[in-house]
Structure formats: structure tokens, C-alpha cells
Design a protein around this ligand. Structure first.
Ligand SMILES: Nc1ncnc2c1ncn2[C@@H]1O[C@H](COP(=O)(O)OP(=O)(O)O)[C@@H](O)[C@H]1O
Ligand SMILES: [Mg+2]
Length: 166
């Protein structure tokens, strides 16, 4: 069945604390097997957001670092978190050869976060939450979220309710 539902939500973050609040709210609503693609320049806050989500799942923030020198880091808390950084990959082909697509099983357990997801765009699953973080100044970030697929569209609608935004 073709599921072309798409929902967008923008969160304006004025501080790291705001981004943390978004991360905690996301952790409360993300369904099992969610795959989240993170976009934005170096220092945008991609890792900060994953840290906040991990923290809410009972994983210590210090454990979660940009996995730049390994393809993937796994964390086990109340949720399993697979944290991928595609920055150093030559591209989608290398990602496939390393077995990266294993971590894209919507409906499976755990959540998968991909930093520099544009590097492996063609490998990403159809059911996907895309998050683009745009730095506006030293502290402010515009965080745009786009859900692809019914299930994650519902997730974003619930998130909007929790955050009191639309
Ligand atoms: N509103 C904000 N949200 C997230 N990070 C912020 C914010 N304001 C400032 N920062 C800083 O921006 C940096 C983000 O770093 P990081 O998460 O490692 O970026 P990335 O993974 O996108 O390269 C951190 O130094 C953090 O303290
Ligand atoms: Mg990072």
C-alpha cells in the first residue's frame, strides 16, 4: 500500500535548553523502529538533539558523541538507540557494503538517528522523520521536521500538541 502522508512542523529553539525540551518531547512520542534523518551544518545541534532524546531514554548524555570515527554507536536504555554518522562515508554504496541498511527497519525495535543523512539519502526508508536544523545565530535554531508516512505524521501531530505549537 502506498502511504504518501506527509506532515510538517517547525520548532523555534532559542537555547540549548529548548532543544533539550524538544528532544524529551520527541522521546515521549517516537514509535518503535522510527528512523530519523538529521540535516544541518556542523555545530547545528544534531548531536545535542540525539543526546536529549537518549537522556530521556535513560542513556547518559556523555555516552552519546558524534560517532564520526565509527559508522554506528548503539546505546541501550529504555529504548535502544542506533546513532549513525554518515559524514565520513564516500556515499550510499559504502554504507550498503558496511551493512548500514540493517538499521532501517520501520516497525522493528529501537530508534535510528542518522547525522549527515544527505550522504546516504537513497538508502533511507520511505517511512522517515526528517529533521533539519538551521542555525539562526549563536543560540537560536530553526528546527524543521517533516514526517513521511502515516505513522510518523501522527507522531508529529501528537508532538505539536505536547509542545503547544502547530
Ligand atoms: N539552541 C541550540 N540547540 C542546540 N545546540 C545549541 C543551541 N545553541 C547553541 N548550541 C551549541 O551548538 C553546538 C551543537 O553541537 P552539536 O550538537 O555537536 O552539532 P552537530 O552534531 O550538528 O555538528 C553545541 O556546542 C551547543 O552547545
Ligand atoms: Mg554531530
Amino acid at each position: 500500500m502506498h502511504d504518501d502522508a506527509e506532515t510538517r512542523l517547525t520548532f523555534e529553539s532559542s537555547s540549548e535548553a529548548d532543544t533539550k525540551r524538544l528532544g524529551h518531547a520527541l522521546a515521549a512520542v517516537l514509535p518503535p523502529g522510527a528512523v530519523v534523518a538529521l540535516h544541518g551544518p556542523l555545530g547545528a545541534g544534531k548531536t545535542r538533539l540525539v543526546q536529549a532524546i537518549a537522556e530521556a531514554a535513560g542513556i547518559e548524555r556523555g555516552e552519546v558523541v558524534s560517532p564520526t570515527f565509527v559508522l554506528i554507536q548503539e546505546h541501550y536504555g529504555r529504548q535502544t538507540i542506533f546513532h549513525i554518522d554518515a559524514y565520513r562515508l564516500a556515499g550510499a554504496e559504502e554504507f550498503r557494503q558496511l551493512g548500514g541498511e540493517e538499521y532501517f527497519h520501520p516497525g522493528g525495535a529501537g530508534w535510528t538517528f542518522v547525522e549527515w543523512a544527505d550522504r546516504i539519502d537513497e538508502c533511507l526508508p520511505a517511512e522517515l522523520l526528517r529533521i533539519t536544523i538551521e542555525p539562526l545565530d549563536a543560540e537560536r535554531r530553526r528546527i524543521k521536521m517533516t514526517a513521511h508516512g502515516r505513522r510518523l505524521s501522527d507522531t508529529l501531530a501528537t508532538l505539536a500538541g505536547h509542545l503547544g505549537i502547530d
